[in-house]
Design a protein around this ligand. Structure first.
Ligand SMILES: Nc1ncnc2c1ncn2[C@@H]1O[C@H](COP(=O)(O)OP(=O)(O)OP(=O)(O)O)[C@@H](O)[C@H]1O
Ligand SMILES: N[C@@H](CCO)C(=O)O
Length: 311
């Protein structure tokens, strides 16, 4: 059995990325969690709990092991044998940042076992290099809304600003019953964009950040419009175009594809809006024959948290 030199458990929030125009730049964390428990052991063993984790490898090719062992090596130690136990309330490959949550959780847990040699900002840089973009990783590590971009050089810190999301912002997540890998959803994007589309997205993304910072929920519907990825990803997500076009009329403050999809988010304020939106979503999705589940989500403001440790 495992040698219990030390162990730690970390809870990590799921997240959305882009929020429309802020492609690879804006992330927001939700009160929907995955957990990872890691202990140094004599032999590596990986326990994956619950239906969301089915099909993931339970050996050293598991993302959690690779990331945690990588941090040990980065800290100058040999790759350890690890006992890992992982569970997730958030679905995988649905656009709710599961890979970023896994990376963030493994980094925070391994860093804790190592005696905290790295700051959260340093873990953010490492996680971003692993994930390729900082949006979901930032939200999972810090909670709230994180606006970030890639640094010029790999060794540089990730430039970011964290905002508290407006308290009144509620989210209806429509999670289709099919997976869509980020890789597939990135492959449909064009290599080049027109000047008009670039100006359009810079304007909307800037407006969105300012609106979130000042709690201007009245601006979200306009500010969340995008020409960079959603129009191209619509072919992969039945119903997306209609929901983006019609959600505001049914009470949404704004609507967006979550990350690389296929989850679609509608932001709202009142129970009446939720009721109207739910009916609208059901009519669109049933027209397309897409089965889905709907979840009401609240923003997480804390990010990845160590919830248990034993030394
Ligand atoms: N807890 C976990 N343990 C190991 N691997 C995981 C875990 N969570 C996610 N992954 C890996 O990440 C993959 C999903 O990543 P992907 O980027 O395609 O989707 P996502 O992160 O859920 O969505 P998005 O990036 O669009 O928000 C899974 O197929 C799996 O390989
Ligand atoms: N910003 C990323 C999020 C998915 O990891 C994308 O939309 O492709």
């Amino acid at each position: 059995m495992m040698e219990s030199r030390s162990q730690v458990r970390v809870n990590v929030p799921a997240s959305t990325a882009n929020m429309g125009p802020g492609f690879d730049t804006i992330g927001m964390a939700f009160q929907l969690y995955s957990s990872v428990e890691i202990a140094v052991a004599e032999t590596t063993a990986i326990e994956l709990i619950g239906p969301e984790m089915q099909g993931l490898p339970a050996d050293k090719s598991n993302l959690l092991y690779e990331v945690a062992a990588g941090l040990f090596r980065e800290a100058g130690q040999s790759a350890p044998e690890l006992y890992i136990r992982a569970a997730s309330d958030a679905p995988l490959t649905r656009g709710l940042g599961s890979s970023a949550a896994a990376i963030a959780g493994a980094l925070v847990a391994a860093n804790h076992l190592l005696g905290e040699p790295y700051t959260r900002d340093e873990l953010f840089r490492m996680g971003t290099l692993l994930e390729g973009h900082p949006d979901n990783i930032g939200a999972s590590l810090f909670g709230g809304v994180v606006v970030a971009t890639m640094p010029e050089e790999k060794h540089q810190a990730i430039p970011y600003v964290r905002l508290d999301p407006p308290d009144e912002l509620k989210t209806l997540a429509i999670i289709p019953d099919f997976p869509l890998s980020t890789e597939k959803a990135r492959n449909v994007l064009p290599q080049m964009y027109s000047k008009q589309d670039v100006i359009y997205n810079v304007g909307h993304s800037s407006l969105l950040v300012a609106a979130l910072a000042q709690g201007r929920l009245d601006l979200l519907s306009q500010a969340m419009k995008d020409r960079m990825h959603q129009p191209y990803r619509a072919e992969l997500v039945p119903g997306l175009s209609e929901i983006l076009e019609g959600a505001a009329e049914s009470g949404a403050l704004g609507a967006t594809l979550s990350g690389a999809g296929p989850t679609i988010l509608c932001f709202y304020q009142t129970e009446e809006d939720l009721h109207n939106l739910s009916g609208f979503i059901e009519s669109v999705m049933s027209k397309h024959g897409v089965s889905y589940r709907a979840m009401q989500l609240k923003p997480d403001k804390h990010g990845a948290q160590v919830v248990f440790e034993e030394r």
